[in-house]
Ligand binder design. Structure first.
Ligand code: SF4
Length: 272
């Protein structure tokens, strides 16, 4: 996927004060050049790439969680959705946060290139030790899967960390469907498909139903009141809730209150 584009992009970037980025960039550029020249990468090449993956320590609702994420700013599907004013992606929090945190954007760019451009064997991924305080981790917090290749690599990360439960968040579910069809869905993950329409539940296509653990929808307060929507999310921390990481599938529809309505919702519900 777009190896030459990413090679040119990385080569053009050389931020003076970001040594870690420049060191990782050198590895990724070396491997992109090898791949473009048709050279076969070795397991030790792949291990060097895996060592460049950035694991994000999350904050806010997700404090004490870590995630592996690609870069929303390089995801053409996300960028197209962000231009659709009927989509909640037009107010994408991840897009805003990567665009004002330049070092985070560079780290996620490295992830994006590694995940999308290289077919890293499952046997190499254990080199990446994903930290966890609570036995749970998240796949995608600042982006969404951009290709079948990225879904395959992230599925192999899940496979190689069987002691963790990963919540996979996506709106681009077809890439994951193909990865699951090819290499199976692992027991230590939940698959959440989220709607890009405010107040509208996603109709799940027949061919992904078997993989979906939760359907995630955002509601505004007006609709919550009018339709008596049961809200589970938005007013407490994931470490206290954990519904989305429940592999037993007890709450299929998970509903979140729109961020800007959270305070008014809590007042309405009498939540302290
Ligand atoms: S429903 Fe619970 S686990 Fe899921 S995102 Fe919201 S707070 Fe986190």
């Amino acid at each position: 996927m777009k190896k030459k584009y990413f090679l040119d992009l990385l080569t053009s970037l050389n931020p003076e004060k970001n040594k870690p980025f420049n060191m990782k960039k050198a590895v990724v550029v070396e491997m992109l050049n090898k791949a473009i020249a048709g050279e076969k990468l070795t397991n030790s090449d792949y291990a060097r790439l895996v060592n460049c993956i950035h694991v994000s320590a999350l904050t806010g609702k997700l404090e004490e969680f870590y995630s592996i994420s690609s870069c929303v700013a390089e995801n053409d599907i996300c960028k197209a959705r962000a231009k659709d004013c009927n989509s909640i992606c037009s107010e994408c929090y991840a897009m805003q946060s990567v665009n004002y945190r330049s070092n985070l954007k560079l780290s996620l760019l490295i992830n994006h290139v590694i995940l999308n451009c290289f077919d890293i064997p499952a046997s190499v991924w254990p080199v990446l030790a994903v930290p966890s305080i609570n036995g749970k981790a998240r796949i995608e917090s600042h982006g969404d899967v951009a290709s079948i290749q990225a879904a395959l690599n992230m599925n192999r990360i899940i496979e190689s960390h069987e002691w963790l439960t990963f919540g996979i968040w996506t709106k681009n579910y077809n890439f994951w469907r193909v990865a699951f069809e090819k290499e199976g869905k692992h027991k230590n993950c939940t698959f959440l498909v989220s709607s890009d329409r405010l107040n509208v539940k996603l109709e799940i296509p027949e061919n992904i139903k078997q993989y979906v653990d939760h359907v995630f929808t955002v509601y505004d307060l007006k609709t919550v009141k009018a339709e008596n929507v049961n809200i589970q999310c938005g007013f407490h921390h994931c470490k206290e809730c954990g519904i989305c990481y429940d592999t037993e599938n007890t709450t299929f529809y998970v509903n979140e209150i729109l961020k800007k309505d959270t305070k008014r919702y809590m007042k309405y519900m009498g939540i302290e």
